[in-house]
Design a protein around this ligand. Structure first.
Ligand code: ATP
Ligand code: MG
Length: 447
């Protein structure tokens, strides 16, 4: 068999088994965000190109090299979102959320698109979990956003992550800094990459974020922003650190961190893992006090972070942390013949109405083949129905883990089955993963 085509370079399929874990992870992220008051927002996969040009910034790698941009049939320039913040800000403005109670706290999980060189931890379609907070300029807001990410890692049991913190000041204190940077990098004109040469005139700070080894080496000796912060920015940065310390969150000041997007001001941070190689930044974020205004809104201080869930899962994997899979089949009902299959279908249907994962034969297989299938899907209980069972209106339900069978009447079968599973779980006979397991029950199971 020759395949017509394969998945596009840099994209990935997520198969059954993995999707269950993914859903668990997504629910966990939303639940933790909700405990901080972050509410989910969903925005379109594509936006007008100018949103990202303005919102992410013309001098960034993302805009200069990585965007999936095309003209639609109506002649509009459209771009697949490379990140979540610009769309969230557009939506925040378009729907007047700035008139609601502030701070507005939003969160999302979305797929992003960047034309990058695919490698471990770097894909062309990848997923980000993100939070955004609008309407607070206070350092406590920075600390709260950082602590939300920290809480997620702590809850999932992720270790060996380093929180790196920096302040890149405000446009005011950056004026002097830009001048100093320019002077420094001018001396290396002949060695900087082509992109950085352009940046030298437009936005020299971007050079600090260049991935080219030569530029990196040059950047290591550049003046650091912390020496140029104005008093307000200095106080803000000290405030953030005090709150983090009060919450017991460890951090390391790293003046090299400037972040990939142009719109950041003051606090910027990254959570970096040493466990997954060079693509170690699992989460990056910061304050973007100028962005809302830049996109045509009222002056609104704001901040947030983006966390790559693919990289998060890589870090968890490297540490041997397993996410729980999809729930397994609770009961497989095996009819012995055509007559019994009507009853099997009806019972399975009733069970499902009670939220029980019930399956029966929909292929027309022999009993032996059905039992093999039940075993493969990991059915916790099985029940065989033939003419005797139909006549007596009851059947034996077998606990596959213990091998114990119990006769249950078809009258109110769902109740009988639920009672059986609860009793067996209580007596230690049942599978420890109960029926209809809830997220909070599972929370204890991750580590
Ligand atoms: P990097 O320096 O690794 O390119 P970035 O600064 O471009 O990251 P952001 O734009 O801040 O990344 O995105 C936030 C997070 O999204 C990153 O920390 C990372 O976890 C994830 N991410 C970014 N680009 C990719 C990608 N191409 N594939 C997978 N995850 C990504
Ligand atoms: Mg990047």
């Amino acid at each position: 068999m020759a395949l017509l085509t394969k998945a596009v370079k840099g994209t990935q399929d997520m198969l059954p088994g993995e999707t269950g874990k993914q859903r668990f992870l997504e629910n966990t992220l939303f639940e933790i965000a909700a405990s901080f008051g972050f509410k989910e927002i969903r925005t379109p996969v594509f936006e007008h190109t100018e949103l990202f040009q303005r919102g992410v910034g013309e001098t960034t790698d993302v805009v200069q090299k990585e965007m999936y941009t095309f003209d639609d049939k109506g002649g509009r320039s459209i771009t697949l979102r490379p990140e979540g913040t610009a769309g969230a800000v557009r939506s925040f403005l378009e729907h007047g959320l700035f008139n609601e109670a502030l701070p507005q706290k939003l969160c999302y999980i979305l797929n992003c698109y960047r034309y990058e060189k695919p490698q471990a931890g770097r894909w062309r379609e990848f997923q980000q979990f993100g939070v955004e907070m609008f309407g607070s300029a206070a350092p406590s807001a920075d600390a709260e956003v950082i602590s939300a990410a920290n809480e997620i890692f702590g809850f999932l049991g992720v270790e060996n992550l380093e929180l790196r913190l920096n302040s890149i000041g405000c446009p005011e204190c950056r004026k002097n800094y830009h001048a100093a940077l320019k002077e420094y990098f001018e001396g290396y004109r002949d060695r900087l990459c082509g992109t950085c040469l352009e940046r030298l005139d437009k936005n020299p700070m971007r050079i600090l974020d260049c991935k080219s080894p030569v530029c990196k080496e040059i950047a290591a000796g550049a003046p650091v922003i912390l020496d140029y912060l104005c008093d307000d920015c200095k106080n803000h940065f000290e405030g953030v650190q005090k709150y983090l310390t009060a919450m017991g969150i460890e951090f390391k000041i790293d003046p090299q961190i400037v972040r990939g997007l142009d719109y950041y001001t003051r606090t910027v941070f990254e959570f970096v893992s040493t466990a997954i190689g060079s693509q170690g930044t699992v989460c990056g974020g910061g304050r973007y006090d100028g962005l809302v205004e830049e996109l045509g809104g009222p002056k609104t201080p704001a901040l947030g972070f983006g966390m790559g869930t693919g990289r998060l899962k890589m870090v968890m994997q490297a540490q041997g942390l397993e996410l729980p899979e999809d729930s397994k089949c609770d009961i497989y009902i095996a009819p012995m013949d055509g007559d019994a299959s009507y009853k099997a279908m009806a019972l399975a249907s009733d069970l499902r109405s009670s939220g029980i994962h019930a399956e029966t034969d929909v292929v027309g297989r022999s009993l032996k083949a059905q039992m093999k299938y039940a075993d493969k899907i990991g059915a916790k209980y099985t029940m065989v129905i033939g003419s005797d069972e139909l006549a007596e209106n009851k059947a034996k339900v077998k606990n596959m883990a213990s091998g114990v069978s119990t006769e249950l009447s078809f009258e109110n079968f769902e109740d009988n089955f639920l009672r059986l599973t609860i009793n067996e779980a209580a007596s230690g006979l049942g599978d420890d993963s109960d029926l209809n397991i809830s997220l909070t029950d599972l929370f204890g199971n991750i580590n």
